[in-house]
Design a protein around this ligand. Structure first.
Ligand SMILES: C[S@@+](CC[C@H](N)C(=O)[O-])C[C@H]1O[C@@H](n2cnc3c(N)ncnc32)[C@H](O)[C@@H]1O
Length: 235
């Protein structure tokens, strides 16, 4: 099994406890990050009617739910919301929620969508799991319509050792593996999270990768002392 297959298998294994663990471990703060990401994106896109929103690495469907909820609140019409993820276990959980969305089994680097067909493509806390990141980002660029928006929420590697980064590191390295490991009965999976952030990019590096592909940056905003970062980029 290669590294990518191991990651997907790990998500299959923790799928049944993923939502509970997520709510406990994030103290629910991710809700405001997700909501703000949707609202900012809708403001940039500035269209009352949208054909297709694709959420890649959708997991149990959180972002699909937020795209739908926020659109309703803003009296917008979305023709279709689709969640894509290679983990069948995570998708099964998403389907149980009866969301206003469809789901497909797919990896970031190979999306079963036509070129220039997606209005908004999001990936929340999923990009660091994509081993072939440049292929994945290239695929996002391909499927987006010209003018379409890419929306990334991610825990980026913090450059300087600020107080926030020390607190985040302590929480993620010491507390999260114990609490997440207890709730999911899979300590290994919850030790993977801090390690995957350490091995991931800084905000500046991700911006330069997006620009290299051809995206134009619209927003790069840190939440809660840069614990989480929102990137919005346009094709
Ligand atoms: C931390 S979860 C995030 C789930 C969801 N987006 C959320 O915000 O709760 C990461 C997800 O990335 C998926 N994933 C792993 N490798 C992937 C890949 N190569 N392409 C797309 N998704 C992938 C996993 O199956 C998992 O569902």
């Amino acid at each position: 099994m290669n590294k990518q297959e191991k990651i997907v298998t790990m998500f299959d294994e923790i799928a049944s406890t993923y939502d509970v663990a997520n709510r406990v471990l994030s103290f629910g703060v991710d809700k405001s990050w997700r909501k703000d990401a949707c609202d900012k994106t809708y403001a940039y896109y500035n269209q009352k009617s949208i054909d297709l929103i694709l959420d890649v690495a959708c997991g149990t469907g959180d972002m699909c739910e937020y795209w739908d909820k926020r659109a309703k609140k803003l009296e917008m019409t979305i023709d279709k919301i689709i969640g894509a993820d290679p983990s069948v276990g995570m998708l099964e959980k998403a389907k149980e929620k009866n969301l206003n969305a469809e789901f497909v089994v797919a990896e970031a680097k190979s999306l079963p969508f036509e070129t220039d067909s997606v209005d908004i493509l999001s990936i929340s806390y999923g990009l660091r799991n994509v081993m072939d990141r440049s292929e994945g980002l290239g695929e996002f660029y391909r499927v987006l319509k010209p003018g379409g928006l890419l929306v990334i929420l991610e825990f980026t590697k913090l450059q300087k050792a600020s107080i926030a980064s020390r607190v985040r590191d302590f929480y993620m390295k010491k507390i999260l593996p114990i609490v997440g490991g207890f709730l999911s009965k899979n300590k290994e999976a919850y030790s993977y999270l801090p390690n995957s952030i350490e091995g991931f990019l800084t905000k500046e590096k991700l911006i330069s990768e997006l620009e290299e592909i051809g995206f134009e940056m619209k927003e790069a905003k840190g939440y809660s002392m840069d614990i989480s970062t929102l990137f919005i980029a346009q094709k």
